[in-house]
Design a binder for this molecule. Structure first.
Ligand code: ATP
Length: 232
């Protein structure tokens, strides 16, 4: 089976600055991958390239063998790093919008998760707290039956008690052939659900290993290894 995401010498420049530099990477199906790196290392740039929001300066990025575009958007469910709903909409209106827009959206799954999180679907999005807005967005993104979920900082504003539920939600709501790519700084919260981690540093690949191999090879948690590699 071809990789769900592939980058070949992927380069993105902003002016003369290299945000990504000749990144070569391939993600197989059926795993949860942590995209980790210090501030400014290129994580969001990579995610935006994967979603066709930016174009490469050089090199290639492919989703299921195709350049990001209309076809890839059908199989990629993307949680951006900032809120993307119109603030005046009610949660239930956003759900119907998703139901109409995406063939692979499960209204039932979204409603059940929102119910468990005790989020009132009659609330206006603007009236929700930052953390609750994040929960709503994540629920909607995870309620699509996608091949690739790309989550940019999904739990930053969510309280620690809800994080575990959110992580369980991620784990239990994707099918085993799908891949989840999660960018986060909350490594210790998330590392137990990760199969693999990618470290980016100055727009380049610093590490690409399974979590099991990291623990075996370095005798450390991912969080401890990250702190060692990126010590200021
Ligand atoms: N539109 C832009 N114009 C110029 N430089 C940019 C632009 N967007 C990002 N950059 C720069 O590219 C580099 C990579 O940014 P990016 O947002 O991809 O990093 P990141 O790893 O997601 O960071 P963080 O962890 O802080 O979210 C940074 O140095 C950033 O300042």
């Amino acid at each position: 089976m071809r990789p769900i995401l592939e980058c070949q010498r992927l380069t993105k420049k902003y002016g003369s600055f290299f945000a990504l530099s000749e990144l070569t990477l391939s993600l197989d199906r059926g795993q949860i991958v942590g995209l980790l790196g210090p501030n400014g290392s290129g994580k969001t740039t990579l995610i935006k390239l994967a979603n066709g929001l930016l174009n490469p300066t050089d090199g290639h990025i492919m989703i299921n063998g195709l350049a990001p575009g209309t076809e890839s958007k059908k199989i990629v469910s993307y949680l951006p790093d900032r809120s993307f709903f119109s603030e005046h909409m009610k949660v239930k209106e956003i759900i119907s919008y998703y139901t109409d827009f995406y063939d692979n959206f499960s209204t039932d799954r979204a409603s059940k998760m929102l119910d468990t999180l005790e989020i009132d679907i009659n609330s206006r999005f603007s009236a929700l707290s930052k953390g609750t807005k994040e929960k709503v967005q994540l629920v909607l993104v995870m309620s699509r039956d996608a091949d690739l979920y790309i989550l940019d900082e999904p739990i930053g504003g969510v309280d620690p008690a809800a994080r575990d539920y959110i992580l369980q939600t991620i784990l239990t709501n994707y099918n085993e052939n799908a891949t989840v790519l999660i960018s986060t700084h909350l490594i210790s919260d998330i590392e137990n659900v990760l199969d693999r981690v990618i470290f980016l540093q100055n727009g380049q690949l610093a590490l690409n290993e399974t979590v099991d191999d990291i623990r075996l090879k370095y005798g450390k948690s991912v969080d401890a290894l990250f702190r060692e590699v990126f010590k200021c």
